[in-house]
Write a protein that binds this ligand. Structure first.
Ligand code: ADP
Ligand code: MG
Length: 983
């Protein structure tokens, strides 16, 4: 037979754990055609049997044999295909898809079989169920009966060999129900129609076979048979023993009338005579009389040996294939359900994706490319190399390493002549800049002191070092605007830039007598002296010429003193610092000749922090006073710290002490100062406080003008002499004013003599001779904590150029190699940088990008997780809302893959929208960031390119896949019957 079931068993585990045997070993064979009714009370197992037969559910035991193929070999996909190929399902609840028109509902079943939508075919099917006129209507505009007929049409369109209907008329009134049964009956002429019903009357009228179930078992299985009517004449037929049929339009003979009279006598029944056509049809049905006037009665279904056998090889299954556009349509329809949640999901994903978009864009940012490009368009005529090295700070306590900083510090360091030479070989004849500073952290600031202060920020009369001319200085010779021979530059001669000339002209240069030198033409400054004061001492140089070197016009705004464009000011100071505006050209002999005079190098006293504070007691005007010090320093004549020892001495004895200027004066005493004859000294020194202040920092309070005023150098010198004289007076009194008592932790005292004072020094700890320092530190115990720079770099002894300045390379490859080589750390931890406002800005931009990148990454990840959860939730909700559709589709024959398709379409639409919006958002953000960078460094630096698009796309795809896969997996894995049961 086409369909056979053998020994089907199905048990359900109820919630309480009690197993219900819904089907208990049912075996049946079905013929090719005919209408089979499954009859039985509610709960008898009818639906279970039908579902198993239709492959909506799988049996616990037994098998289904379809055209010779046994379900024992079926996978879930095979069950789906079996249904898709052979079975048309009709349910009680009609179950048509509401978002599809009547026509499309039917076409969908066709398409699920991989067949093309054929409108003619669809309309023909609708005609069969008399629904052609409603083809383009939406199901919710139809009545129940009409919907059920649509459902029948949908079952039919696949041209299935079997139609299964579970209580198809259960929700219909009896008249409409009859129409449905009529339709099914007609179909059963060419198909096997299996109908579940609990209505015995209908079963007997329409059924060719009635199988009755009780408690999961077949209790009767009967087939309709026809008992021929007894014909007494052409006019009369006697059907069974209680019905007589009179031929339509017949004129009854006397014999006929006799036969009727006999029949009535025999049957003793009531007589019902009618000629209404309708009533006759109804009567026939009610009385089970077929159109040939044969009496229908049900007899036990016999084994049907005549049923043909099937070769399983010929039972071809068709796998369902839900066309993408339907999947999208169904998927998209549920997006309307929760608009607010959808909006949130989209917004959150949009932010997440945009973060990732920016993150990936930043990943492709290449600092070197950007630097190179900005240099190319900078219009600079020089490039400047500076050298730096990396170090890590390590702290030691009592010789043990206790802390190592996790970050790398960078410090300036000079180039050696050899290094300058190497650079010159590559980049041409450039200038070696030196500023006599050996302290990597600070520039040696050199101000030109014989000028007045400029009132405009544009004009600056400070030097940032000197530029040593190379062997071939023709380029610089060409730039001269004065009649100067660079070959004849002496070792105290300089050639200044036109910018510096302008500055000096604006500020006003003074001659040795303090008179203003008129500067009109460049030549006017030739031969004039510049007094250069460094933090070390003073240097006098002679200007021998001027070379053309002007500031870019963009800084002209700073000539208006009111300018508060801080970014311009910042760029201005960097431009001055990195250019050669303030570095006069000098001959190679200059460096050595002025080294001592200009050097600012400071070596500091060795200092120590004491565990126990040191107490110093002294007499101040007859009163015992004391001071506590937590640290001390060791005297070293080689340092350039400001120490004054009485009598011009340069060594300190073991029992001598140096205090800060204020304490030293207090030790000598105010009373002594007052009684001292100060007539030889300038009147401002007659005031105790002014005297101390002049020594400390060179200023005093002018009581007349109520102002702090700088003392002249002469007055300052007098102040030192006054201190010495006062000191001598104290010694002469013999009152030991200059004696101090140092008390050690054990309470022992030792006496020290004041030997001088120090000034202009931020520390106020006392200074001792080295040996005293060592023994005091030993007895007081000191916090032996010091830090060291740990680095492979050692400053070479001959290192002297803090920068090297070259003509801007005309060969772009040279520029590129300069850019590429910059910031590449060598084995000795050193590297060179290209110093310019540009590289500062570019590295600022890089820093900014790097921190933004990290932020974007983390925000992106967090947002992505949240948006994934939201999408997960959103898809879960639409799955809940789509259970019905899924059930219908599964019943019609859709596979789990088709279910996936629906929800992947949905999430693909959502994440597609997010992707597109994120693309736009990333583009816009990059655009604005680029504008910012354009202001910062004069170049746009972010390119949101195809690879970033791909990355963004990938992230959108992956997040939506994960968020969709999990919720859909559970629904797609469900047996179709579970989805349908949810209907
Ligand atoms: P019918 O269609 O004849 O009303 P069913 O086939 O639906 O009967 O049910 C047969 C028996 O199996 C009933 O006792 C019913 O309670 C039980 N049953 C059906 N489906 C389930 C299920 N999913 N879980 C538990 N019990 C079920
Ligand atoms: Mg049922």
């Amino acid at each position: 037979s086409m369909l056979e079931i053998r020994n089907l068993v199905k048990e359900y585990k109820a919630k309480g754990g009690v197993a219900v045997r819904a089907l208990d070993g049912v075996s049946l064979q079905f013929a090719e055609t005919g209408m089979v009714f499954l009859l039985g009370k509610s709960g008898s197992g009818k639906s279970t049997l039908l579902n198993l037969c239709g492959g909506l559910d799988t049996p616990d035991e037994g098998e289904i044999i379809i055209k010779g193929r046994s379900s024992k070999d079926f996978t879930q996909a095979d069950f789906d295909s079996y249904r898709n190929t052979f079975i048309g399902f009709i349910f009680q609840e009609y179950n048509v898809l509401d978002e599809f028109s009547v026509e499309d509902n039917i076409a969908l079943a066709l398409e699920l079989q991989g067949k093309n939508k054929n409108r003619e075919q669809v309309l023909a099917i609708l005609r069969q169920v008399e629904m052609e006129a409603f083809a383009s209507r939406k199901p919710n505009t139809l009545s129940g009966g009409q919907k059920q007929r649509v459902a029948i049409a949908r079952a039919l369109v696949k041209n299935p060999e079997i139609i299964m209907a579970d209580e198809p008329t259960g929700a219909l009134d009896s008249n409409t129900g009859k129409q449905v049964f009529d339709t099914l009956k007609k179909l059963s002429e060419s198909k096997l129609v299996i109908v579940v019903s609990h209505d015995r009357e209908f079963a007997e009228i329409y059924g060719d076979r009635i199988i009755e179930l009780k408690d999961g078992k077949i209790i009767s299985d009967v087939s309709k048979s026809h008992v021929e009517a007894r014909k007494t004449s052409e006019n009369l037929r006697f059907i069974g023993d209680n019905t007589v049929s009179v031929q339509n339009g017949a004129a009854l003979t006397d014999a006929d009338m006799r036969n009727i009279r006999d029949f009535l006598t025999r049957s003793q029944g009531n007589v019902f005579i009618t000629n209404g056509a309708k009533e006759i049809t109804d009567f026939r049905k009610a009385a089970h009389i077929d159109e040939n006037d044969a009496r229908e009665t049900f007899l036990d279904t016999k084994e049907q040996p005549a049923l043909p056998a099937y070769d399983p090889a010929n039972a071809k299954f068709i796998r369902s294939r839900l066309p993408a556009r339907h999947a999208i349509r169904i998927g998209a329809s549920s997006m309307k359900l929760k608009p607010i949640r959808l909006l949130f999901t989209i917004l959150l994903s949009l932010v997440a994706f945009t973060m990732f978009g920016l993150f990936s864009t930043f990943t492709f940012y290449n600092e070197k490319d950007v630097l190179y490009n900005t240099y190319l368009t900078s219009g600079y005529d020089t490039i400047r190399f500076e050298k730096q090295y990396n170090y890590v700070t390590v702290t030691y306590e009592n010789g043990e390493e206790t802390y190592r900083s996790s970050y790398v510090n960078t410090e300036r360091t000079p180039f050696t002549p050899e290094e300058l030479n190497q650079l010159q070989k590559t980049y041409g004849d450039g200038l070696g800049i030196f500023d006599y500073s050996t302290d990597g952290n600070s520039y040696n600031s050199m101000s030109i002191s014989n000028t007045y202060a400029s009132k405009q920020q544009y004009y600056v009369s400070t030097l940032y070092g000197f530029a040593e001319l190379p062997a071939d200085y023709s380029r610089w010779q060409d730039l001269l605007v004065t009649d100067t021979d660079l070959a004849a530059l002496g070792d105290k001669d300089v050639v200044i830039s036109t910018y510096l000339f302008d500055s000096l002209k604006e500020s006003g240069l003074q001659d040795n007598d303090g008179k203003k030198i008129p500067l009109n033409a460049y030549q006017d400054i030739v031969g004039k002296t510049l007094q250069i004061s460094t933090s070390g001492s003073n240097l006098e140089v002679t200007v021998k010429g001027v070379f053309r070197y002007d500031l870019p016009q963009e800084f002209d705004d700073l000539k208006e003193n009111s300018s508060n464009d801080y970014s311009l000011q910042d760029k201005f100071s960097k431009t001055l610092r990195n250019g050669i505006y303030l570095t006069p050209l000098v001959s190679p002999a200059f460096y050595e000749a002025n080294k001592t005079a200009a050097a600012s190098a400071q070596t500091y006293f060795e200092t120590a922090y004491l565990e126990t504070p040191l107490t110093i007691a002294f007499q101040n005007d007859g009163n015992e006073e004391s001071a506590q010090y937590s640290g001390l320093a060791a005297y070293n004549a080689a340092t350039k710290e400001n120490v004054h020892l009485v009598g011009g001495r340069t060594t300190l004895a073991e029992d001598e002490i140096v205090l800060d200027v204020y304490r030293a004066f207090n030790v000598l005493g105010y009373l002594l100062f007052e009684s001292f004859d100060k007539s030889d000294f300038d009147p401002v020194l007659h005031d105790f406080n002014n005297c101390m202040n002049i020594l400390q920092n060179g200023t005093y309070w002018d009581y007349e003008t109520q102002n702090t005023v700088a003392a002249s150098a002469a007055v300052r010198e007098q102040a030192f002499a006054l201190f010495d004289a006062l000191y001598q007076a104290a010694v002469d009194t013999g009152e030991s004013n200059v004696s101090l008592t140092v008390i050690d932790p054990a309470g022992n005292t030792s006496t020290f003599t004041l030997a001088g004072f120090y000034f202009n020094y931020s520390n106020s700890d006392p200074i001792f001779a080295q040996s005293t320092f060592d023994s005091l530190v030993a007895s007081f115990g000191f916090e032996n904590s010091r830090w060291e720079k740990e680095t492979n770099y050692v400053v070479p002894a001959d290192a002297k150029y803090c920068a090297a300045v070259f003509s801007f390379p005309s060969d772009t490859r040279l520029l590129r190699s300069a850019v590429d080589g910059s910031n590449v750390v060598a084995e000795d931890d050193s590297f060179y940088i290209l110093a310019s406002p540009l590289s500062d800005s570019v590295s600022q931009a890089t820093d900014m990008l790097q921190s933004l990148q990290t932020i974007f990454m983390w925000v992106g990840i967090v947002m992505a997780v949240f948006s994934m959860l939201l999408l997960f939730n959103f898809i879960s909700v639409s799955i809940t809302n789509k259970k019905k559709e899924i059930g219908i589709l599964r019943a019609v024959g859709a596979r789990s893959a088709d279910v996936f398709k629906i929800f992947f379409s949905e999430s693909a639409i959502i994440s597609g929208i997010c992707f597109v919006l994120a693309m736009i958002a990333t583009f816009v953000t990059c655009f604005f960031l680029n504008q910012t960078f354009m202001d910062m460094i004069g170049a746009s630096i972010l390119v949101f390119g195809p690879i970033s698009w791909l990355i963004l796309f990938g992230i959108a795809a992956v997040t939506s896949f994960i968020a969709t896969f999990l919720p859909v997996l559970s629904i797609a894995r469900k047996k179709p019957v579970e989805s349908i049961r949810a209907l």
